[in-house]
Write a protein that binds this ligand. Structure first.
Ligand SMILES: Cc1cc(N2CCCCCC2)n2ncc(-c3ccc(F)cc3)c2n1
Length: 255
């Protein structure tokens, strides 16, 4: 169920063979290791975040070219507000920088931007950049680039339960009619249907935790952990993760 790709793995030093007919429709990535990447180079943490944003651009195009239908990237969690103020301020301007430089490339590659999270709590400039990019790419019908921004899975689930309870209270839904599809439709990933659940979840930098990310949605996801730090993650690393995914025998709970 779990796999750990390390930098000594031959698969990561050569371009792995992958079956273009079995590309995971939805790939989600916990982009970890940016601070450690910077520390190893005696650079400030924000240098790791800046390089990490460049990796977002490269991996977005690589995933689109491979035929991935949805790429979900965990950019900022509800817990990240606890970081030092200067780091949070820097992180909050990254979506602005990203779109200032990358929207033409997104449109050229027919990539549609979506964002999930409590975006109303973000600084006004960040919200504007996000809303402008969503508007600028709304007619793109290729890969969906879905950023999780000020997102937390447990909060998402609580918000979904509140919405379902409100429907029952309003007489719009019977308790006995609540099923898994009801929950799917109440979560922030609903707009990604029919690809709301990740087929493959990747976490970089050697950590083997889920960290409050897509807890409901990853029920049957394949999990791949690589010790490659996000700033060092490349199209070849992505292909190695997908090759590992393709080597699995997914049973969805069956025999
Ligand atoms: C907060 C944050 C941090 C952030 N990092 C770079 C990637 C590594 C993880 C942490 C730092 N990146 N990279 C891209 C975005 C982004 C988010 C939303 C959006 F609509 C467009 C771009 C981003 N946002």
């Amino acid at each position: 169920m779990f796999a750990f790709l390390n930098k000594n793995d031959p698969a990561e030093t050569t371009t792995p063979a992958i079956d273009p007919q079995r590309i995971p429709a939805h790939v989600a990535i916990i982009m970890d290791g940016n601070g450690r990447w910077a520390k190893a180079r005696h650079l400030p943490r924000i240098a790791g975040h800046k390089e990490g944003m460049n990796t977002v651009k490269k991996v977005t195009i690589a995933a689109s070219d491979l035929g991935v239908k949805v790429l979900t990237l965990y950019a900022f969690s509800t817990e990240n507000w606890k970081r030092p103020t200067d780091e949070v301020n820097y992180l909050m301007q990254l979506p602005v920088s990203f779109f200032d430089t990358f929207v033409p490339d997104l449109v050229k590659n027919n990539v549609q931007v979506q964002v999930m999270g409590y975006t109303d709590k973000l600084p006004a400039k960040t919200q504007k950049a996000v809303n402008d990019a969503i508007a600028d790419t709304k007619d793109c019908d290729g890969m969906i680039l879905n950023f999780a921004l000020n997102y937390g899975s447990r909060s998402e689930i609580v918000s979904g339960i509140q919405a379902i309870a409100a429907q029952v209270q309003a007489g719009e839904l019977a308790v006995t009619d609540i099923d898994e599809a009801t929950v799917d439709q109440a979560l922030m990933t609903a707009p990604l249907a029919p690809y709301h659940d990740p087929d493959l979840l990747i976490r970089t930098s050697g950590e083997e935790r889920i960290s409050n990310f897509l807890l409901w949605q990853i029920a049957y996801s394949e999990l791949v952990f690589t010790d490659v730090k996000w700033p060092d993650f490349t199209a070849t690393t992505l292909k190695a993760c997908i090759a590992d995914y393709q080597s699995r025998d997914r049973r969805f709970g069956g025999l």
